[in-house]
Design a protein. Structure first.
Length: 304
């Protein structure tokens, strides 16, 4: 019995130490591609799933239940040749809120500059020290970015190491022909180059402060202290308002990333607020997120 117990303890310890950081769902959508071997897309999906979930991305010891939940949706819209494809990739990630069953969305980003080459059954490999294929480079970039965002929500600028790794992927990929890696690849700066450059830019430091304070000091205490949590979240949103007014650049991509992922959550947080609080937040959202104004108007309506 002692030997059995010791063996079980060793197995459990080994499993904890070796657990990967990501719990990543991969979806490869190919409905727009006609008259081709569909098995290649299923093989690709399986290979990418194994690549994302079996690779160790950090030096941090992670328990199975602490893995970062994310989803990568690859929508293939065009088959250029037998092994070359074009489309988009949507990256989503979420974080659990303390003492609740609720998950807060951290990222919901659509990258429309996604093209890659893939031959069925070819290995999916990535090295930080050599130029990768565009397929593995894009996946590695977003893996590091997702990890960086998650770590930022638990400690001040806690994700810097992984944002730097994402930045290194960008630098390594400057010689690639595919779009998304260079500053002028897109008209609105919505690409990988600007995504990580902005998050590491000192001018966008309030964004990093927001991620930490909003989650650790706001959402994570909402279960026990809802009023204090809302007050903190209101202060964090005022940080974003101040940044919006300063306009470090004309596109404000990091701010848009937050608004795209959290507008519904903001609404839910303040739906339980006091009337004066709701009106104040509505005015703030009207300024910084006018595209979602019809959604925020629910804050100004009397509760049923």
């Amino acid at each position: 019995m002692k030997k059995t117990a010791l063996l079980m303890s060793f197995i459990l310890l080994s499993f904890t130490v070796k657990a990967q950081e990501l719990k990543c769902n991969i979806q490869v959508m190919s409905s727009q591609i006609q008259g081709t071997n569909k098995s290649v897309f299923q093989t690709l999906q399986t290979s990418l799933y194994e690549f994302m979930n079996n690779r160790v991305w950090t030096n941090t010891m992670v328990d199975v239940e602490e893995r970062i939940e994310c989803t990568f949706i690859i929508n293939i819209s065009e088959q250029v040749s037998s092994d070359e494809f074009k489309g988009s990739i949507q990256v989503q990630s979420r974080r659990p809120v303390f003492n609740s069953g609720y998950y807060s969305t951290l990222l919901n980003f659509i990258d429309n500059n996604f093209s890659f080459k893939y031959v069925e059954f070819e290995p999916i490999e990535f090295s930080e020290t050599s130029t990768p294929t565009n397929l593995t480079a894009v996946l590695a970039f977003y893996a590091y970015f997702v990890i960086g965002l998650d770590f930022d929500t638990f400690s001040p600028e806690g994700g810097t190491e992984y944002f730097r790794k994402a930045e290194n992927v960008v630098n390594t990929c400057q010689s690639l022909a595919e779009k998304g890696w260079k500053p002028f690849d897109t008209k609105n700066n919505k690409n990988r180059y600007w995504l990580v450059k902005n998050i590491l830019d000192e001018k966008y430091k309030p964004i990093r402060e927001f991620y930490c304070n909003y989650h650790r000091l706001g959402l994570d205490i909402m279960d026990s202290k809802p009023d204090e949590g809302r007050i903190q979240i209101a202060q964090d949103l005022e940080l974003l308002q101040k940044l919006f007014r300063q306009k470090p650049d004309s596109y404000l991509l990091p701010l848009q990333v937050i608004l795209d992922s959290k507008s519904e959550e903001f609404l839910n947080v303040f739906s339980e607020g006091f009337p004066e609080e709701k009106n104040r937040m509505f005015t703030l959202f009207k300024e910084i997120d006018p595209s979602n104004i019809s959604k925020y108007e629910r804050l100004t309506k009397p509760a049923n």
